[in-house]
Design a protein around this ligand. Structure first.
Ligand code: 4AD
Ligand code: MG
Length: 465
């Protein structure tokens, strides 16, 4: 038999010509039928839509079709014809079926019945084969592409910051050490401390919590840069919004102030949501139907409406006067919890909120200090269902003020000598922010748990796969 080049199911359903002979390959979602004919729903990951394969039982033989069960992988050749059934454009009348691999109904865990998301997390090696995770991971790809496209189209350069660093960018201290030292035989200095001079880099290093500090170096030369890479936080927070390994997008722009920064954040988020609506319509429709009936409406709403901008102080006042009982008390100076953020967004303003000018005590050392001596030019973008989706700031560009703040916080300035030099040599006002990629994915997909928007989540006590 002459070999025909494989067609992807998405291409076939979109452009296929009825009457042509085609070849498709994919995994069986279901097989049903009667004594005369078998209907096989085939999916190859290119679209949420399955392709129906019609197999004549007399032609193939009942025994030959038996191994074609849910999960099996097939190569099918046949004529693409207009479908008789409703809900699908075309189907294939099979001429030839090659079984690449079977999947025993006794042991293959993804049988037809619906599975809980919790169960699917335990089989992360197989869950991409479900409709739900197929949709989510296709969307994840489209969002990653859209992020690069947005910045490229706006004149930002993709600047690669290191994964292994010797500094704690956020000053939060929740870092994963990276070391080759032998824990059973750790080299020690004379005073009994671990001797990191004998470690791989000759110093103590960790996985980065943020690419920002190096990103600032890029912005001070290229003008506008962004990073997009994995970041790591060893905070033991077992919540639906925290991962130990997550991806972050961090634009950093010379000559931007906090207002430019807010404009960029709002335009960027709206662009990404618009992009998803335009390029992931089938997958969003599926998730809207299965998980979150308000998803589409919410996405459209964000694109069409301005974000509210107010200061932390104004926000706290609203929360204090709300009469709402919160689990965590709210007062000026308190670090806002997700419940507070969501109250402002979902109950009070009913739209995304950008809070600015936070108390300096609850923000990082590098934020630009306001004249009042109490607050800094930080900003958090708060979203419905998510809370904080973006954190950023205008940066302190004055050398003395920055060093004073580091001293106040008992930070060692020596390891950050290179960072401080940007304030010595041609310093400039600049600003930037970090978008948590999985928080964005939570919002775009309507999923409720961050473990379900990354293929292989890393959380406390969980690093399988
Ligand atoms: O607010 P964060 O900590 O800000 C920074 O890291 C800055 N250096 C960013 C910058 O200005 N360049 O983190 C930024 C965002 C948060 O708003 C949140 O969306 C996400 O990263 N994020 C997490 N996402 C998942 N799991 C975690 N443990 C996260 N921690 C932060
Ligand atoms: Mg933050």
């Amino acid at each position: 038999m002459e070999t025909i080049r494989r067609t992807k199911i998405s291409d076939l359903l979109r452009d296929g010509q009825f009457g042509t002979t085609v070849s498709v390959k994919g995994w069986v979602r279901t097989r049903r039928g009667n004594k005369q004919v078998s209907f096989i729903a085939l999916n190859d990951g290119s679209t949420i839509n399955n392709l129906q394969i019609v197999a004549d039982i007399e032609k193939f033989g009942e025994d030959e079709l038996k191994p074609i069960t849910t999960g099996a992988c097939l190569h099918v050749t046949g004529k693409y014809v207009e479908s008789q059934g409703k809900g699908q454009k075309g189907e294939i009348i099979a001429d030839h079926i090659e079984i690449y691999g079977t999947a025993s109904p006794e042991t293959y865990p993804l049988q037809k019945k619906g599975h809980s998301l919790e169960f699917l997390r335990e089989i992360a090696h197989l869950r991409p084969r479900t409709n739900t995770f197929g949709a989510i991971f296709r969307m994840r790809h489209h969002m990653a592409y859209a992020i690069h496209k947005y910045f490229n189209d706006h004149g930002f350069y993709y600047f690669h910051t290191p994964i292994i660093t010797a500094s704690d960018a956020e000053g939060a201290g929740s870092m994963f050490q990276s070391t080759i030292l032998d824990f059973n035989n750790t080299p020690r200095t004379e005073d009994g401390k671990v001797d990191y001079t004998q470690d791989f880099f000759g110093r103590q290093t960790n996985l980065t919590v943020s690419g920002q500090l190096e990103g600032e170096l890029g912005a001070m030369a290229l003008g506008a840069i962004y990073t997009f890479g994995p970041t790591f936080r060893a905070e033991n927070s077992n919540t639906p919004r925290h991962l130990a390994e997550f991806w972050m997008i961090e634009p950093e722009v010379a000559f931007y102030d906090i207002h430019d920064n807010m404009d960029l954040a709002e335009d960027f988020l709206k662009y990404l949501i618009r992009y998803a609506l335009e390029h992931c319509a089938d997958d969003i429709a599926f998730l809207n139907e299965m998980y979150d009936k308000e998803l589409l409406e919410r996405l459209n709403f964000i694109v069409k409406n301005d974000f509210v901008r107010l200061t932390y102080t104004e926000g706290v006042k609203i929360l204090e006067e709300s009469g709402q009982k919160f689990e965590f008390p709210v007062y000026w100076g308190a670090d806002l919890q997700s419940e507070h953020e969501r109250y402002l967004v979902e109950k009070h303003f009913k739209r995304p909120v950008i809070l600015t000018d936070y108390p300096k005590e609850i923000k990082s050392f590098y934020m630009k200090q306001n004249e009042d001596g109490k607050t800094v030019r930080g900003m958090d973008v708060l979203f419905p269902k998510i809370g904080e989706i973006i954190g950023g700031s205008e940066r302190e560009s004055d050398y003395d003020k920055l060093v004073n703040r580091m001293n106040e916080l008992n930070m060692h300035t020596e390891p950050l000598w290179w960072y401080l030099e940007t304030r010595k040599f041609g310093t400039a006002p600049h600003a930037g922010f970090g978008l948590g990629f999985e928080r964005l994915m939570l919002f775009i997909t309507g999923m409720g748990n961050i473990r379900d928007v990354i293929p292989f989540p890393r959380t406390p006590n969980n690093a399988e796969f």
